[in-house]
Design a protein around this ligand. Structure first.
Ligand SMILES: Cc1cc2nc3c(=O)[nH]c(=O)nc-3n(C[C@H](O)[C@H](O)[C@H](O)COP(=O)(O)O)c2cc1C
Length: 210
């Protein structure tokens, strides 16, 4: 089982999403020594914003690309390779201003690639990242079970759309809220609930693998 573990919080030790995504992959590794983990911290290794040269290279046939285009696309190619190699993605992701962190958006812009993660044909668009399972551990400062906040969630619909476009339809969200603007008791309860969901998800993965 190959796992791609991605974190996107700008915080380090104090990050709840990082603690929980680590719990997920550590639990997987404890259950099975054959699990391999490829770790990507998008705060430490933030992909570059895409450039005009990147776009030109992306939409040129691979054999027609200039050396400059090949060079500009190199980091993106490496990220796409990592997505193809993994069977499971475990993603720690805080909500920032009702959506995804900007480092994760830079990552998305680097990996939504024609001919690599999706293709276009007369039948429309088709995703190329197939048979992968995705877990998104999404921390939020406030309680989004509150209807007034729930309608403001631009993160979950966006992730479903853009991942779905690349063929990733099997996505489980582990939403952790409230972790900031709340009494300590509510915060502890939210984190405990997430820990239980992670344990159940890991157990389920091993039941399916048997
Ligand atoms: C720039 C920024 C924007 C944020 N925007 C929101 C938001 O829109 N909604 C929300 O519930 N929490 C928001 N928060 C709070 C974080 O989502 C929350 O603290 C989360 O736990 C951070 O994850 P971490 O502990 O992994 O760093 C924001 C925090 C930051 C730093």
């Amino acid at each position: 089982m190959k796992v791609l573990h991605i974190d996107s919080s700008v915080r380090s030790d104090r990050s709840v999403s990082k603690q929980l995504s680590k719990l997920f992959v550590d639990s997987l590794a404890q259950k099975n020594g054959e699990v391999t983990i490829d770790y990507l911290d998008l705060t430490q290794n933030t992909p570059k914003h895409v450039s005009a040269l990147f776009i030109q290279g992306n939409y040129s046939n691979p054999e027609d690309r200039s050396l400059e285009m090949i060079d500009e696309l190199a980091d993106s190619e490496a990220l796409v390779d990592r997505l193809h190699k993994a069977d499971i993605y475990v993603i720690g992701m805080p909500m920032y201003n009702f959506s995804i962190p900007s480092n994760f958006k830079a990552f998305i812009d680097n990996v939504v690639r024609i001919g690599r993660t999706f293709k276009a044909s007369e039948n429309g668009f088709q995703g190329l990242l197939l048979n992968k399972k995705v877990y998104v551990i999404n921390t939020r400062g406030v309680d989004f079970t509150n209807e007034a906040f729930a309608v403001m969630d631009q993160l979950q619909p966006y992730i479903k759309t853009v991942f779905g476009f690349m063929g990733l339809s099997d996505i489980q969200f582990i939403n952790v809220h409230p972790v900031q603007f709340a009494a300590e008791e509510a915060r502890i309860k939210a984190i405990s609930k997430a820990e239980m969901e992670i344990t159940a998800a890991v157990d389920q993965l091993f039941i399916q693998a048997q």
